[in-house]
Design a protein around this ligand. Structure first.
Ligand SMILES: C[S@@+](CC[C@H](N)C(=O)[O-])C[C@H]1O[C@@H](n2cnc3c(N)ncnc32)[C@H](O)[C@@H]1O
Length: 467
């Protein structure tokens, strides 16, 4: 018999929290606490003790727990994600309420973490203790949590912030630098659940038509407040099973990502999506180009390119040329040579820290280190330099990240401009219109954050090459 593979450490950028949304069926029977705990411990262990990506680990665990009902699957996903969002807070509370917590055996620690996290989420102490007792935890273990919470509250602000926001210390400092007095609010919003957001495929219809199609399938939706292309779906929707999705009428894409895509305003000529990944923005650019011209989608990861190809087929997109390129070395120049100085638009949606998407990938913060951040910045500068060569005179270079840290954003752009006097910044308000531009920009740049815009955190800059 074929052995089940372990969850892979890689996952496409746009995978969404596999919670209620991938289950569809409403809760109808009491949760069997012992089974839910067992599955939660397994998934959590994969993520925290083996370094697997959360969405992959949960998909894997739930796929192999065929005996769980849909409400139990939902409980597993929600509880694991909730704990990941509040890891540091939970550990602090347990260390201050449970003598010898850090010396307990690992599974025992994890059981307590999952229970404490539920209390932190607002479930009553009695309810959690009752279900904990059913799963052998023993009542009373959590009764000291409120006292520990008061200890946390009494810490000086700079000590309290990283623990209360569950951010590594260095990231809390970066948040403070990026958001100043708003840092707490910004970090709090990053610990909320993200909405389920669709982008209409303009090749198949407009947003109103999509809304009607979804309604027919029993899914209610609301227009996104900022992007004219988006709909927010009921989070319990299993989007992938909808006919509208299978027919390519929409893609799941955060509203912030849609706004970044809008900065490109791709004409139906020659356009390069230089870090195309699984094609979230490629598909959006194809619509801007009305499925005409040549849209080069480049990336270094074959797996992502494969996803991109599938998605273009589903979306009815015909103008994309997906091309796998080498990550570095002289072969890159050879691969890009035919495009040098030819493109009207080049989008560099650069690999980054992902600090803008912590709502969807709460575990990412525990993997990030200051050294990795430095490597991201160095690579961002390198990629912007490399792909700028493809822009033709009078063309535009659009730089974007899903980071909220200025060192990956403004600083990278300013570094580029200091070496390229032939480029000037086009304020994003000129592209998006004054009203929308005023809502989503700071200075000439797109700058989005969950606490201000309800979107994931994104940055975008439009750089115009002189004629
Ligand atoms: C932020 S993701 C792109 C997301 C994608 N644009 C979307 O909208 O779905 C960054 C991508 O850059 C790719 N990448 C990393 N190094 C690269 C390089 N040297 N050249 C081109 N792409 C690279 C990664 O494989 C990843 O897919």
């Amino acid at each position: 018999m074929k052995k089940n593979p372990r969850p892979s450490p890689r996952a496409p950028q746009s995978r969404r929290e596999p919670s209620a949304a991938s289950e569809g069926v409403r809760a109808i029977r009491p949760v069997r606490e012992d089974l839910v705990l067992q599955a939660s411990l397994e998934a959590y262990g994969f993520i925290r003790h083996e370094g697997r990506l959360a969405d992959r680990a949960l998909d894997y665990t739930l796929r192999h727990k065929k005996n769980l009902y849909s409400n139990e699957r939902r409980a597993v996903a929600e509880r694991v994600y909730a704990l990941l969002r509040r890891q540091r807070t939970v550990d602090f509370l347990l260390e201050h309420s449970h003598p010898g917590f850090s010396r307990l055996e690992r599974t025992r620690q994890d059981v307590l973490r999952l229970a404490a996290s539920r209390v932190l989420q607002g479930e009553s102490l009695e309810e959690v203790e009752r279900s904990a007792a059913q799963s052998g935890l023993g009542a009373g273990a959590l009764s000291e949590l409120p006292r520990a919470a008061r200890t946390l509250e009494s810490l000086p602000p700079d000590k309290r912030f990283p623990i209360a926001a569950s951010l590594p210390d260095f990231l809390a400092v970066r948040f403070r630098e990026a958001f100043g007095p708003d840092a707490e609010r910004a970090a709090e919003a990053m610990n909320e659940r993200a909405p389920l957001t669709a982008r209409v495929n303009g090749l198949k219809g407009d947003r109103e038509k999509l809304r009607a199609l979804l309604e027919k399938e029993g899914v209610s939706s609301q227009p996104t407040p900022l992007s004219p292309l988006g709909l927010i779906l009921d989070t319990r929707t299993n989007a992938f099973s909808l006919e509208a999705f299978r027919d390519g009428a929409f893609e799941l894409q955060d509203e912030g990502s849609q706004l970044l895509g809008m900065l490109v305003d791709a004409p139906p000529t020659k356009v390069v999506d230089a870090c195309a990944g699984a094609g979230g923005k490629t598909l959006q650019l194809a619509v801007q180009m009305k499925n005409r011209g040549d849209l080069y989608a480049l990336d270094v990861e074959e797996g992502r390119m494969e996803d991109l190809r599938k998605r273009t087929r589903r979306a009815g997109v015909h103008n994309v040329r997906a091309q796998l390129i080498p990550a570095d070395g002289p072969e890159v120049d050879a691969a890009l040579a035919p495009l040098v100085g030819k493109a009207d638009r080049v989008l560099v949606d650069a690999p980054c820290s992902g600090t803008g998407t912590l709502r969807r990938k709460p575990d990412a913060r525990y993997r990030l280190t200051p050294e990795m951040l430095g490597e991201h910045v160095a690579r961002q500068k390198r990629l912007l330099e490399r792909f700028s060569r493809l822009v033709k005179p009078g063309g535009r270079l659009i730089y974007g990240t899903c980071s909220v840290l200025p060192e990956e954003n403004e600083a990278v752009v300013e570094d580029f401009l200091s070496r390229h006097p032939d480029y000037t910044v086009r304020p994003v308000a000129e592209e998006l219109g004054a009203e929308l531009g005023a809502k989503v920009s700071r200075g000439p740049y797109l700058r989005l954050a969950p606490h201000l815009h309800g979107t994931d955190g994104f940055f975008g800059a439009i750089l115009v090459r002189a004629k």
